[in-house]
Design a protein around this ligand. Structure first.
Ligand SMILES: [Zn+2]
Length: 475
């Protein structure tokens, strides 16, 4: 029997607002436990929520960016459940009238485009964080996250593999980051994903029992967990034991590499949703939707196309440049200082990227990188010397021209000086000279290397090579 996999995702995204959704407490990550709290977000009796306008604006922006319909009348509802990190014993969310519905995202898997439909986007408040200490009989609770604004994005069950799910998440993250809706830092919990997965026979239109997987902390783990759960379910079906698959929530245990049962899955009616009596419905004007739509920046996909066309770059390098909006912006800033786009792209995708891995910031200002590129382009310094200057710039943040002078890295182009050095190198390497006369062209590369070594990388390699070959032929 041939089976197919059905996956739908629910993604929680923390919105990039300064204050919380119903009070003016800060949303800043990394504060002392319970520092960012007040009577409203800790749910004390008698307090009243006030909806943060920026939350509505960002949710509309997300709707625009994800091709959704924006619902001009929407409302908030109470989702009732008790949990220690939710002091009110209900979460203000949206149930039957969410702010956005019916959108889509275009993804690409193995070079094939595919449209993944979005059922809805709704706004809600985040819960706090429980901290379980090892070997302690108690649990701590931090309410800083309570009331941080979220949007929940729910997809249709359109995904057919773990690969598609990961591709979707990557595309979604890029869109949300580019549009300035969220920083999407999974490691800080500002993008969290739950996945629903079921298996059915190919050709069937019915959906079988689905399992929800939680605790997916990175895209890699999403991929692994879904593949593992897919295998578990397929095995049960192929042994005629499909009925053993229960509607439940399973937790991904990254350490053990498997999903484990957490609890049986609740249905919507378990939550006893009812309209939030303390908040009026949200009315959105057409003009506001248009106005916010106009502020949407160019997203990664369009930017890729433009970079290839405008700067003549290859797909692979563009992929790296547009992977982060800051990097793409940086590239364009460097190019504005009149250096060749191709060179700028080379430097950024190799040296700058390597530096970012170390320092987590773009280490050199655009003007200086452009200057450095032009110094190489004009033959003032060699590529090798440029790398040294680059490292020095990372440290001192200085002007590359000053560094070149200070370190004496000006390239040796003068033929008189080079002539002398080549003569020495040839007399010191008779074996290589002999190899050349015996037709081994590789010897040239070795000898150029020796010249570069002799000049500490300051010789102009192409002039040196030209002169060397001439000299070798004279022997
Ligand atoms: Zn508060």
């Amino acid at each position: 029997m041939a089976y197919e996999t059905i996956i739908g995702l629910e993604i929680h995204v923390e919105l990039d607002t300064k204050s919380k959704i119903f009070c003016s407490c800060s949303t800043k990550f990394g504060a002392e436990p319970n520092e960012n709290t007040c009577p409203i977000c800790t749910g004390l009796p008698g307090t009243l929520p006030v909806l943060n306008e920026e939350v509505v604006n960002l949710a509309i922006k997300a709707g625009n960016a994800l091709n959704c319909e924006i619902n001009k009348i929407n409302k908030t509802d109470r989702k009732n459940y008790f949990y220690p990190d939710l002091p009110k014993a209900f979460q203000i969310s949206q149930f039957d009238m969410p702010i956005c519905s019916k959108g889509f995202v275009e993804i690409e898997v193995y070079g094939e485009p595919k449209r993944i439909n979005i059922t809805r986007i709704h706004i809600e408040e985040d819960a706090g964080k429980l901290i379980h200490l090892e070997d302690e009989p108690f649990t701590l609770v931090d309410y800083n996250r309570t009331g941080v604004p979220l949007i929940e994005i729910v997809t249709e069950p359109d995904l057919r593999s773990a690969k598609e799910a990961v591709a979707f998440l990557k595309t979604l993250k890029s869109i949300l980051q580019y549009a300035g809706i969220s920083d999407c830092r999974m490691e800080q919990g500002s993008l969290r994903c739950d996945a629903n997965i079921s298996i059915r026979e190919i050709g069937s239109e019915e959906y079988n029992t689905k399992v929800e997987i939680k605790n997916l902390n990175s895209f890699k783990e999403v991929g692994k967990a879904l593949e593992k759960e897919e295998r578990r379910q397929k095995e049960l079906y192929s042994f005629g034991e499909g009925n053993k698959i229960k509607q439940e929530t399973r937790k991904w245990d990254a350490g053990k590499g498997r999903t484990i049962p957490m609890r049986s899955k609740e249905d919507a009616h378990d939550y006893r949703y009812f309209p939030e009596p303390d908040l009026p419905p949200v009315f959105i004007k057409e003009e506001l939707i248009k106005e916010i739509g106009n502020t949407l920046p160019e997203l990664a996909k369009e930017k890729s196309r433009r970079f290839m066309k405008q700067y003549g770059l290859k797909e692979k390098e563009v992929e790296i440049l547009v992977s982060h909006k800051e990097l793409a912006d940086y590239f364009e800033e460097v190019v504005k200082f009149n250096c060749k786009p191709k060179d700028a792209s080379n430097w950024i995708t190799v040296e700058v990227m390597r530096a970012i891995k170390e320092t987590e910031i773009i280490p050199i200002k655009a003007e200086y990188l452009a200057k450095l590129i032009n110094l190489v382009d004009k033959g003032t310094i060699s590529r090798l010397a440029a790398k040294e200057v680059f490292r020095e710039m990372m440290e001192s943040k200085g002007d590359p021209e000053n560094i070149v002078m200070k370190k004496g890295l000006l390239q040796i182009n003068g033929e008189d000086v080079l002539e002398e050095i080549i003569k020495n190198v040839l007399s010191q390497n008779p074996k290589a000279v002999e190899d050349f006369t015996n037709g081994k062209d590789k010897a040239v590369g070795y000898l150029v290397g020796q010249i570069m070594k002799e000049t500490k990388g300051k010789a102009n390699p192409s002039i040196a090579k030209e002169m060397l070959i001439k000299k070798l032929k004279e022997i």
